[in-house]
Design a protein around this ligand. Sequence first.
Ligand SMILES: NC(=O)c1ccc[n+]([C@@H]2O[C@H](COP(=O)([O-])OP(=O)(O)OC[C@H]3O[C@@H](n4cnc5c(N)ncnc54)[C@H](O)[C@@H]3O)[C@@H](O)[C@H]2O)c1
Ligand SMILES: N[C@@H](CCO)C(=O)O
Length: 781
Amino acid sequence: MVNCIHKFGGSSLSSSERYQSVAKIIITHTQPGDCVVVSAAGKTTDTLVLLWQSYQKQDTQAVADILLQLNNHQSDLIEQLLEADLKRSALKTLSIELSYIAELAQAEQLKEAALLAHGELWSARLLSTYLQQLNIEACAQDARTLFTLNDGELMHAQNAQQCGQLILPNKINVVTGFIAADIKGETVTLGRNGSDYSATLLANYCNAKQVCIWTDTQGVYSTDPRKVKKAIKYGKICRGQANLLARLGNPVLHAKTLSPLKNTDIKLAVRSSFDVQASPTDIVKEGSAKKKRFITTLQNVDLLMVEGLSEGEVASVSQLIQHSLHHFNHNGDVYLVVPAAQTYLVINYFAGRANISESNLNGCAIVAPEQDVNTLSLQALDLLKLHSIKPRFVHQDTGYALLLTDQFIDSDIQSDLHDKLINKGQEIAIIVAGLGNVGDVFIKQLSAQFERLSDDFSIKLVGLIRSKKMLFNASGINTQQWKTQWQHEANSYQSADLLNAINELDYEHKIVIDITASEQFSLLYPDFVDRNCHLISANKYAGTAPTTWYKALRSNITERNLHWRYNTSVGAGLPINFALADLQNSGDKITRIEGVFSGTLSWLCSKYDGTRPFSELLLEAQKMGFTEPDPREDLSGRDMQRKLLILARELGVELELDDISLSALMPDELALGSWDDFLNKKAQLDAFIEEHAVTAKSKNLVLRYTGLLEITQGEVIAKVGIAYVPNGDALANLTPGDNIFVINSKWYSDNALVIQGPGAGREVTAAGVHSDLYWLVQNLK
Ligand SMILES: NC(=O)c1ccc[n+]([C@@H]2O[C@H](COP(=O)([O-])OP(=O)(O)OC[C@H]3O[C@@H](n4cnc5c(N)ncnc54)[C@H](O)[C@@H]3O)[C@@H](O)[C@H]2O)c1
Ligand SMILES: N[C@@H](CCO)C(=O)O
């Protein structure tokens, strides 16, 4: 039983390292009986085409040179991947084949398709041998034994039978893409992007469950992500829209690729072989995903008016010119959009039935839900006008508008169109984890925030997560009545359930807001990012994770064009991270940050005057929602140590948590055991604090808990701990609960920049999370 057909293109096989990566993907993503369709490695097909052209020109020197080039490339791959006998045998076979090509060229008996087929044959053979060397049961399959064409038409029944007989159920079948045979057994090719087509055909013939096209992009985007920074990667799109996109200039999918999937349940996924963790774009059956908005551009096309054009003819002409074609009916006439370079061929094909209506056109197409097309098309016309572009031909039809222009739509105009048309009205899904002190207030404030944010987007709260239960509702959870809904509908979950629920959300943007204090939850961040979620954290664990993990997370976030906000992880609602980013972005260099970065410790130290036991004050701080779930995280200095590390990383300083020296505001012994154990020994804490306070007082100083980060000529001092501070000092005179950040920089060298205010508390922290959410939503526009 074939479960999945995987397809790897030339770029996925361009070097021995890429083959190794593909083998790793195969090991983790296939099961016996699956097929792996391969294209020619790297630029091999182009080189073979060049060889064919040189042969036709009878340029024997060029033929010899290109054969040498092919030999070098293939031999290098073999040398780098295979060992011992496998290597010797592969090199020998390659040498025999290349000599045979040379002989055929000399005898003027070379055939184009048979020559081009070598690219895929070499890839399939090398990959299957390499897999065998890795002890994986694999075999190479020549698609000429699987796909037969009669007079250019695929013989579906026969092919299904051949595939049923030849695809081995106990092996990974590495199948050549692009090629097939005619009924005489001669090689034919399936045309440009033929390997994608081979994969979907094979899936149809083998009744596979799914096809996975591994490519060099992460999926299907709202527009070309190489040109438009804010292009949105979609998790799911329907086949109908995928088909339209293929015909209207989207380079990732081809109409031909989709055709074998028609009327089947076979799933199609497009995903990156360069970033295996990134979630794919699934192309699903009509009605299984909501319709999305896209913008594609067209360059150098002609518009042909064709008399009596039939669907069959469109398919034949597409085949002839190796290009997905779009045709439509406009005011009673039938038009065909053709790449200008191919117009001559197409006009010839129609033998007098086709005329050029408009030539040398550029333009764009908007693909969108039917009800939006008219408005978007009018808006696009207005915007193009602002850029002094007047369309020459406009056509609107079910689900799309085509605007053909004289001028080229460059990436700036494309970005403008995308930002103003495509990026509006998108849906944002919010998932909140942690419904404690801060989380509860955050949700209370959410409905008012939605109103403020909903001008451009439709925002919904779709997930609530606690440590043991979660509630997901893709159509939205009522922010006013979430507690009742929670009582009735929340379910126990494992991480996999949570990740699946996120996968299933058919929203353009997803934001996970972590208001837990859980390290375990923070470890799921890479999985969220793989599922295209933006992140907002009040939780400090991810920001203070080991450098390698932290850097990998950051780089994945950047690569996927996502955002991570964590302003409340330091200074609660105070704009400390904003200020640091702003100073650095404007060219300042920060040299020192000193202060009190714990709301709890600030409150405790300021309040403590010896009249009430320190432990009593601690329980009060806990009640007020200042402390961490286990207040010893505050007393130990660990919480402040985390904040200092987050600040240091904001300044580009590479440190681990334990590089920051720490002295605790409690006896070490109290760190052990449960919270109840701690409470039983609270007298020890009270004695410890009293002793420090008395010593400080004897020196005319006061007890505080402070942090320092100093960066001088590459040297870093980073520490948090107990300090005795003069009474008049800024660090001594804080309003209880306030944080203070005294910042020295190139510009604030003598007179420091001071940021001060409440450093903990439910309201201010929840407000800080909203500030992050607001920032994030503004930056999605
Ligand atoms: N309280 C403050 O003033 C303040 C200020 C800034 C930042 N923070 C940070 O905000 C976070 C929350 O603080 P809080 O005071 O609301 O804490 P809290 O203990 O009141 O709430 C934490 C919530 O997280 C949930 N949770 C725990 N483990 C989880 C898991 N694995 N998955 C999902 N949910 C889980 C708990 O059930 C609880 O509902 C902490 O990381 C804290 O450091 C708090
Ligand atoms: N427990 C923390 C909360 C804010 O991060 C504090 O007291 O500062």
